[in-house]
Design a protein around this ligand. Structure first.
Ligand SMILES: [Zn+2]
Ligand SMILES: [Zn+2]
Length: 721
């Protein structure tokens, strides 16, 4: 063929046709450099019949510049990109960009220079050189990266290079990873695990699409179970993708993986260095990376030989992306498995209601692990009624919880206090005039962070130092904290249990895999008595000496208008409760609540999971909510309030009249100002039979807005702010 259709990486442009110059051999999926005006853009050669065409005559076509030195994007991935763009009403180019997520990888093979210590000493030792040399033991990286690791300037390190203390090493950017060995260490599986593992392994051998819901209680050994089909895929020379919801969880996972397979898997997440990113991408595209563990963005990597996909903690909300292409990695992963023709395992102790419904109607095969591994038993759960057991003024921990903490401290066991609120206090106000500190960019309160002495917005990242005087009335030292965050709970613990060694575990303190590893080592080494943490510590961690979990505010998740609030509360508390009693010693869970009679709290206390899911299912059926109906949101934003409002009204007036759709709004979004943009929302509730996406595309496609207006579509939304 000498005419090809290319999808170019520019969301404003449709597909473009090009001429293939003499001697260039392209195929569908080839990654190419395309001329566009005076510039060159990256494009993917696509099957012409699958994209709307242009009628540019052949003699006017411009020639492709070159084929980039990477394998063509595989056909199943191209189908996934099409499906994702179609389902989530997103531009094809924006979805394709997620597959080409390493600019460096597209440049082809390369070497780079890294530096490492030689063992020599500088002529003159300075404190900074001393610091650097101690920090860089066993490190090898670029000067810039080493400077980051050592916390010194690049100049200090260049000085050490001149002195021969650091030496350059030429490194192949694409050097291979260590090979995982499927039979490195066999584990003893109990009969339930062994049976499940064999079902999965057989599915890997059959090489056909097979979705599984692995429903196992916390501590039942789900990871060890799905490691068996992973081993089976490695034996067959196929690739495996394991999706985890948080980077903070990967460190614990890597340890378990290495113990089982004798090598670490290939990592993929947003904070990889660009060199690691290109190495991982190229290794995956070449079919060499065997097992890739990653965050949701790993879903669009160009595996040529996938044999299995695993989604761990598959119920987690963080699989939903809420900006750019708004997709749910759990659902897209199942589609990728379908296009690839491979099994996919959704593992969870608290499956999403939608996943359970798929198992119920037979779409997913459900595999249960109903008991904990070894001698461990599920913890006993009790509620503490805060309307009766009132903590004192300015305190948040009720008497029975403090007593239980003291008890563990005496016995040398560990406890976990859970409160899903970062910082010291969620709201700060002036005692004198009542002034509330608000983010200048968002309609949100600033959260006081006392450790780092700042007021921060959790939506846009705006930060400011706490002022000496009230900006409104000028009164000095007048700021009062309202409500608790984890830092305030840490203060209370320090006051009431002064001997306890505490660790505040949040995304502020566990913000890198390294920090997470330190945390795990401290807890495992017995250097921490009480962990005080947010949702980050609710899952994945396995601490055998941890026997008490205290939920500071079990009602917190039920506030706000989220459609899934009850389900999320149930999942979060069941998960955090699952951290207790994972070793030989029995666990206990105490839930502080003002509503012990609320159905979700009562179900948790009685261990009545089925009862909770049944009640929740009925509530969803009544509301026409997923899985019985569908939701979609349209979010209109602009830096001009009037522009956003008018655009939202224009969309509202053009609403389609269909029996199968109920359309609410437009109304100001609950978060009506976000990052300096004013926001309006429309919410659509659709019957399952409705052609939801086509309707939205037609509806919005017929309208024009000023350049400053952004219209985003969120299919199957999780966030209603
Ligand atoms: Zn004031
Ligand atoms: Zn803000």
């Amino acid at each position: 063929m000498n005419r090809v259709r290319c999808l170019v990486l520019n969301a404003a442009l449709g597909p473009l046709d090009y001429r293939v110059p003499e001697g260039m051999a392209v195929e569908a999926g080839s990654v190419v450099a395309c001329p566009l005006g005076p510039r060159t853009v990256i494009g993917i050669v696509w099957e012409a019949e699958r994209l709307p065409g242009t009628d540019v005559p052949a003699e006017k076509l411009r020639p492709l510049r070159e084929i980039l030195p990477v394998p063509p994007l595989p056909a199943p991935l191209r189908r996934l990109i099409e499906w994702t763009a179609d389902y989530y009403v997103a531009p094809l180019a924006a979805v394709t960009r997620m597959a080409l997520s390493s600019g460096g990888a597209l440049k082809g093979p390369a070497t780079m220079v890294e530096y490492r210590l030689t063992g020599g000493m500088p002529e003159r030792m300075t404190p900074q050189r001393q610091t650097a040399m101690e920090a860089l033991e066993n490190e090898q990286a670029t000067i810039r990266e080493l400077a980051g690791i050592a916390g010194v300037s690049e100049g200090v390190l260049r000085g050490l290079v001149n002195q021969g203390v650091l030496e350059p090493v030429e490194v192949d950017c694409d050097r291979p990873y260590h090979q995982a060995r499927p039979d490195f260490a066999r584990v003893d599986l109990n009969p339930e695990q062994a049976e499940a593992a064999e079902v999965f392994a057989a599915a890997v051998r059959r090489r056909e699409f097979a979705p599984f819901l692995l429903d196992g209680v916390t501590g039942s050994g789900k990871t060890e179970t799905y490691f068996e089909p992973v081993a089976e895929a490695i034996r067959a020379g196929r690739q495996v993708l394991v999706l985890l919801p948080e980077i903070a969880l990967t460190e614990a996972f890597l340890g378990r993986f290495e113990a089982r397979f004798g090598a670490k898997p290939v990592l993929w997440h947003s904070s990889l260095k660009s060199t690691e990113r290109r190495r991982a991408w190229r290794s995956i595209a070449a079919g060499e990376a065997q097992v890739v563990v990653g965050a949701r963005s790993a879903l669009f990597l160009p595996f040529p030989g996938l044999g299995l996909i695993v989604i761990d903690e598959a119920h987690e909300v963080s699989f939903k992306q809420d900006d750019g292409v708004r997709y749910n990695a759990r659902d897209v992963a199942v589609m990728r498995a379908r296009f690839e023709g491979v099994p996919v395992i959704l593992a969870s102790a608290t499956p999403a209601l939608e996943s359970l419904a798929m198992a119920e109607n037979g779409t997913y095969a459900k595999i249960d692990l109903p008991s904990r591994y070894g001698a461990a038993e599920l913890p006993a759960i009790r509620t503490i009624d805060l309307t009766e057991e009132k903590p004192g003024r300015g305190a948040w921990l009720a008497g029975p919880l403090v007593t239980a903490l003291e008890d563990r401290l005496d016995r040398g066991e560990q406890s976990l206090l859970f409160l899903n609120r970062r910082g010291y206090a969620p709201l700060t106000l002036c005692r004198n005039c009542g002034f509330r500190f608000q983010c200048p960019n968002c309609s949100a309160w600033l959260v006081e962070h006392r450790f780092s002495r700042r007021l921060a917005c959790h939506h846009c990242g705006h930060e400011t130092a706490p002022p000496e005087t009230c900006p409104e009335c000028g009164e000095p030292d007048c700021l009062v904290a309202c409500g608790p965050g984890v830092e305030r709970i840490a203060d209370e613990v320090a006051e009431r249990l002064p001997d306890a060694r505490t660790f505040v575990a949040t995304s502020d303190t566990l913000n890198s895999p390294g920090r997470a590893a330190e945390f795990v080592a401290l807890v495992e080494g017995g250097a921490v008595d009480i962990i005080i943490g947010t949702q980050l510590v609710t899952k994945g961690f396995h601490f055998p000496e941890l026997t008490l979990v205290g939920v500071v505010d079990a009602d917190l998740g039920l506030e706000g208008g989220d459609l899934r609030a009850a389900e999320r509360t149930y999942q979060q508390i069941a998960q955090v409760a699952g951290r207790a009693g994972r070793g030989d010693k029995p666990g206990e869970v105490l839930l502080q609540t003002r509503h012990p009679e609320a159905p979700v709290i009562a179900a948790l206390a009685q261990g009545d999971r089925d009862g909770f899911y049944e009640a929740e299912t009925e509530a969803r059926r009544f509301a026409g909510a997923p899985p019985f109906g569908r939701w979609a949101a349209i979010i209109v934003s602009s830096e001009e309030e009037s522009e956003a409002r008018e655009a939202a009204n224009r969309i509202g007036r053009a609403r389609p009249a269909q029996d199968e759709l109920a359309i609410y709004g437009p109304a100001p979004a609950p978060l009506s100002l976000l990052r300096n943009r004013y926001r309006y929302r429309l919410l659509i509730n659709a019957r399952r039979s409705a052609q939801l996406q086509d309707t939205i595309r037609e509806w919005l496609g017929a309208l024009d807005h000023p350049a400053g207006v952004r219209v985003a579509v969120d299919i199957d939304p999780y966030s209603f702010v």
